[in-house]
Design a protein around this ligand. Structure first.
Ligand SMILES: Nc1ncnc2c1ncn2[C@@H]1O[C@H](COP(=O)(O)OP(=O)(O)OP(=O)(O)O)[C@@H](O)[C@H]1O
Length: 705
């Protein structure tokens, strides 16, 4: 009825106006709002500026809007803001689009690996630091950007560090370009030439070029917990500005004694808050998916035994391999009568505002990458957070009102923590970084202007790996076509090589599945109480040839199931039924869904590269040979005592208990990763013939008599 429609419209309009007014009020009350004019002036005066301000003061959401209003996009330039994590780039972009009253993807957008929500009219663009690095491959002058803001620089991810060095170089090139006359040719340090293409994008490596006069690139480094002096020195004495004040106070509480069981302490704190504290959602920082899933079931079990609380508890996990629509669930306000408890890894540590969070629980631990150049082993280890991380975590409360942070350790331990985290570049395998830098024309990795130099031995080992994979030539340049193809794929070098080779082995269809399945955490999910029952079910998927083929079987079984269901049901219903199927088969539905998304995305990549996608069907010998040809550095031979010796470095390891080859009789295997816990374990293992090694990787192995 027309009258009702009008009533609804009025209602919607009122809601919209109320929300807009609330947001405007909120924006005005942010500490950064009082220094808007000064910040814009500082950016006008300085090509590089460092901004330090409390968590929640408004840096990430407001500064780009101030710069937009201050005219930094006037001649079509874009303000790019990098984040170390995808979830931050997406959620902040959504918020800023709402604040600006525009549709996401128009004036305000985001771009992350495999997902681009921008358009020709986007002027404020949030993205991951890795994505900007990839853009630099196509546009070495980053010519579309007038300003780049590197947010959360204190995290010092390897991508941030590479980006900082690169941006320094881009700034120099852009300054030279702006000083050059329109007819001059501009040549970058790495020899790349710049050519304007029709769509305004540029590309490296052209012999002929037209040069566009570019304005200097404005660079802003930003964080709440930054060693401003170190950054200033790196950027030749760049000015640092401190934004004072925080919006709401956060009470920090410590335990009297160290906790021996962090999971138990977190569980007790969640329940105590739920029963005793006032309304407000809870955010708990845990070290990984496994801990999250155990706490989830512990909370559920314990809730059954406790007296009914005023509100119901809604438990939501948040970790990086969770499909993005599941991740986004945590950002939806809880319904009336519910309290959210979000169990998150450190992906929720910086930049994000999760509406409703009043309480933060911080056990003070984090899982990080660690790499030993001597053994070539990269592992994940759990370590204490730094002070900077503790500060960021507590800063997730106090964003919409006063908050509380429960640190599950004594105050004395906080005092003893390192100020900042060891930069990732000092503790990871560098082969991907080197591949990316080589693609950007940087051949002298040791001489590259890093803020902190990586370990020389780690560089040498990584160069060696890339050389053996055929990605680099003797002159340490990217090889053609393998090296260039590998650099185009957004994967680890070994995985990229496996896909490229698979097109020659006639099994690219299968390798795409295997690489996608290996990119997600634990495909099988076994509740402790169903250990026995699960074994028999999981066995139905297992291949005597190993875990890679087992993963392939799971994926194929899932496709078969969907196919069968789709003929009888709608797509949505088929997907719903798949969840049940996963549960019955002890398969982690989230991980499988994620693997299917990754599969789609990398398939598009290899199609664009023109690789031939064919299938080896049930004859998986070619697939195993291709695995041997790609992961040959991860080959291991059986020892008389049943353990395996990694041929490349002599390390001794056992096959992981979750592997289908745990009790294998095979003499030779390749594995996907080596993890170090109390012992060395190889995970995701496949049986190969050791003679293949000399045949398929002669650069590494030779046959002795
Ligand atoms: N999605 C959102 N929903 C509700 N409020 C939000 C949201 N995003 C931001 N805000 C509000 O804007 C404030 C400023 O957020 P912003 O991310 O700009 O701060 P920041 O200084 O960058 O913090 P940090 O250093 O923690 O990243 C928050 O404290 C919160 O009050």
């Amino acid at each position: 009825m027309p009258s009702m429609a009008t009533g609804n419209n009025n209602n919607n309009n009122n809601q919209f106006v109320n929300r807009k007014n609330k947001i405007d009020q909120q924006r005005k009350s942010l500490p950064i709002a009082s220094v808007e004019k000064r910040l814009v002036e500082e950016v006008q005066k300085n090509d590089t500026l460092i901004i330090v301000g409390e968590t929640g003061s408004g840096k990430t959401t407001q500064l780009p809007q101030y710069l937009f209003n201050g005219g930094f996009c006037r001649d079509g330039g874009i303000i790019g803001i990098t984040q170390p994590r995808r979830v931050a780039a997406v959620t902040v972009a959504k918020r800023v689009a709402e604040e600006c009253g525009v549709e996401l993807g128009q004036k305000v957008g985001y771009s992350i690996r495999f997902e681009d929500v921008t358009s020709m009219s986007t002027r404020i663009k949030y993205m991951t630091d890795g994505l900007l690095l990839r853009e630099a491959l196509l546009d070495p002058y980053l010519s579309r950007y007038s300003v780049i803001v590197v947010d959360e620089a204190h995290e010092r991810t390897v991508q941030t560090d590479v980006l900082l060095g690169l941006l320094k170089d881009v700034q120099k090139k852009r300054s030279r370009s702006s000083n050059a006359s329109n007819n001059d040719h501009v040549k970058s340090n790495n020899g790349a030439l710049v050519k304007e293409e029709n769509n305004g994008q540029t590309s490296s490596g052209f012999k002929q070029q037209l040069v566009k006069k570019l304005n200097p690139l404005k660079l802003i480094i930003m964080s709440a917990s930054l060693d401003a002096r170190g950054f200033s020195e790196y950027f030749s004495g760049a000015k640092a500005v401190h934004v004072q004040g925080r919006q709401f106070p956060v009470d920090i509480l410590y335990t009297a004694q160290p906790e021996t069981d962090c999971l138990d302490a977190a569980l007790v704190t969640i329940l105590q808050i739920h029963l005793d504290e006032g309304p407000g959602d809870i955010l708990v920082f845990l070290s990984g998916q496994e801990e999250i899933e155990s706490i989830e079931s512990l909370v559920r079990e314990n809730l059954k035994k406790l007296p009914e609380a005023k509100q119901k508890l809604l438990i939501l996990p948040l970790f990086s391999s969770l499909p993005s629509e599941k991740q986004m669930k945590v950002f939806t306000p809880a319904a009336v009568g519910f309290r959210k408890v979000i169990l998150a890894t450190n992906i929720a540590e910086t930049s994000v505002t999760i509406p409703g969070i009043k309480y933060v629980i911080d056990p003070g631990l984090v899982k990080v990458r660690s790499y030993s150049p001597d053994s070539g082993i990269e592992s994940l280890i759990v370590v204490k957070t730094s002070k900077a991380q503790a500060l960021q975590r507590s800063g997730r409360a106090g964003r919409e009102g006063p908050g509380k942070c429960f640190r599950l350790y004594p105050e004395s331990r906080f005092e003893g923590l390192d100020d900042s985290t060891v930069p990732e570049i000092k503790r990871c395998n560098l082969s991907n970084v080197i591949l990316q830098l080589s693609a950007l024309g940087v051949d002298d990795i040791i001489g590259f202007d890093f803020m902190e130099k990586p370990d020389r031995m780690a560089v040498i080992k990584s160069l060696e790996l890339l050389y053996l994979l055929g990605a680099l030539t003797d002159e340490k340049k990217l090889s053609d076509p393998i090296g260039h193809q590998m650099a185009r794929l957004p994967l680890e070098p070994n995985d990229s090589k496996a896909l490229i080779l698979a097109s020659q082995f006639g099994c690219l269809e299968e390798m795409l599945i295997v690489v996608s399945m290996l990119s997600v955490e634990s495909i099988f999910y076994v509740p402790r109480e169903k250990l026995e029952e699960s074994r028999a079910v999981i066995k139905s998927f297992s291949s005597p040839d190993g875990d890679h083929l087992t993963l392939l079987n799971v994926y194929r079984a899932c496709l078969e199931f969907l196919e069968k269901n789709k003929t009888e049901n709608s797509n949505d219903k088929a997907e719903k039924n798949l969840r049940r199927w996963c549960k019955d088969n002890f398969i982690n539905n989230r991980s499988l869904k994620h693997a299917r998304d990754i599969y789609k995305q990398i398939r598009e990549n290899v199609e664009r590269m023109g690789l031939k996608i064919s299938s080896c069907g049930d004859d998986t010998l070619q697939l195993r040979r291709c695995l041997a040809a790609s992961y040959f550095l991860n080959a291991a031979l059986k020892q008389p005592d049943g353990t395996f010796r990694v041929l490349a470095n002599g390390q001794i390891a056992e096959v992981h208990p979750t592997s289908v080859l745990r009790r294998t009789k095979s003499e030779c295997i390749i594995f996907y990763n080596l993890v170090q816990t109390t012992r060395n374990y190889v995970r995701n293992v496949t049986r190969i013939d050791y003679l293949w090694l000399a045949e398929l990787a002669p650069q590494c192995y030779a046959l002795k008599d």
